[in-house]
Design a protein around this ligand. Structure first.
Ligand code: NAI
Length: 344
């Protein structure tokens, strides 16, 4: 099988070379992202492999089909960058549903601790032999209430980590997990209650029409003063402009963002020495109580290896059987893991 691999970064290659060669997959690595301008590069290949900021829209899907390419292998869990409705019946969309929920949940906690204990400030200060503690006062996590929106694989690991810190958990999920609510330290509540009572809010749900801007002006107004917002899920879950307003008004105490609404234009690339065109991102980054990492939460050796292994197994399994347990399809009005195993 010949695979056209888009948005390649140096850290992708070792694990994909390893698992690809084990299964006879010939991989052409392209640094460019997949979009309507670059889709021609896939000509002559059997499948494309894409990441979170590649675009698989109507134009791309049409062209892939014209070129006889029927497989889009996502090397990530989220599929909001694929027009799933249009893809149905035309291209098979395979994904890596879980590669390391620990990588993302641990990064969320790392960002939270960095922020509230001012580690990012301390690191810079002590390198300059400034040993003053002025402005470094943080707060204990023990006994605080964390609101977790989305209690899937990552959300549940994050809840376990928070419980290890002695925090109380308010959870919200459209499809609650049976047995998670213990009626005491972990409780499912309405979004309203979660906003009202949480000291920290962490987002672990997918980006859908329903969850788009789940943190907006209204939600922020409903939160406690000083609330800390963590987003390691998808940028557009948070209305970045409303967040900035909330920070300026001191309503939001801190924000930790591994993802950003307009990240596709910037994240994963080196813009140092350039003038950043996005005023909201630049202003957020300039805030002392905002930490931004550039969609880094997944980036552990363990996760990269799991991603490559599952992506290759998805492709090999699909080539062999014409079906794959990690296919996502659009049935019953929403995109979800394919239950039939063979969509068209
Ligand atoms: P998952 O599918 O295991 O869990 C998602 C949870 O969200 C499910 O329990 C689902 O019921 C819930 N959900 C769906 N619609 C909802 C709604 N309208 N309101 C509230 N909850 C809703 O997914 P997983 O593996 O836990 O990943 C969560 C998200 O993390 C992914 O969708 C992806 O966007 C993001 N992610 C970010 C990474 C990073 O590097 N920053 C890496 C991997 C995933």
């Amino acid at each position: 099988m010949k695979l056209a691999f888009f948005d390649t970064k140096p850290y992708d290659k070792p694990s994909f070379d390893k698992y690809g060669s084990m299964h006879g997959i010939e991989i052409k690595y392209y640094e460019t992202k997949l979009n309507e301008d670059t889709v021609e590069l896939a000509s002559g290949y059997d499948a494309v492999c894409v990441f979170v900021n590649d675009t698989v829209n109507v134009g791309v899907i049409d062209r892939l089909c014209e070129m006889g390419i029927r497989i889009v292998a996502l090397r990530c869990a989220g599929f909001n960058n694929v027009d799933m409705k249009y893809a149905f019946g035309q291209v098979h969309v395979l994904r890596v549903p879980a590669y390391s929920p620990y990588a993302v949940a641990e990064h969320a906690m790392a960002m939270l601790l960095t922020s509230i204990r001012r580690i990012h400030k301390a690191y810079i200060r002590t390198r300059d032999f400034n040993f003053s503690l002025a402005g470094m006062t943080g707060f204990d996590l023990h006994g605080k209430t964390v609101g977790v929106i989305g209690t899937g694989r990552i959300g549940r690991v994050f809840i376990d980590i928070c419980r290890g810190f002695g925090m109380n958990v308010l959870a919200y999920d459209k499809y609650p997990t049976a047995g998670l609510d213990n009626g005491d330290t972990v409780r499912y509540v309405s979004l309203e209650e979660l906003f009202r009572d949480s000291d920290i809010i962490s987002l672990h749900c997918p980006l859908t029409e329903e969850t788009y801007h789940v943190i907006d002006e209204k939600a922020i107004a409903a939160c406690k003063r000083g609330v800390v917002i963590l987003n390691t899920s998808r940028g557009a879950l948070v209305d970045a402009e409303a967040l900035l307003t909330g920070i300026k008004s001191r309503k939001v105490g801190a924000a930790c963002l591994d993802v950003y609404e307009e990240e596709a234009d910037f994240f994963f690339e080196d813009f140092s020495g350039h003038i950043l065109e996005d005023d909201i991102l630049a202003r957020l980054i300039s805030m002392p109580n905002v930490i931004v990492t550039s969609h880094q939460a997944f980036l552990t050796e363990d996760a990269l290896s799991n991603i490559a292994q599952t992506t290759v197994e998805n492709l090999v399994g699909f080539a062999r059987n014409g079906q794959c347990e990690n296919e996502v399809c659009f049935r019953g009005g929403q995109a979800e893991d394919c239950k039939c195993g063979k969509c068209f």
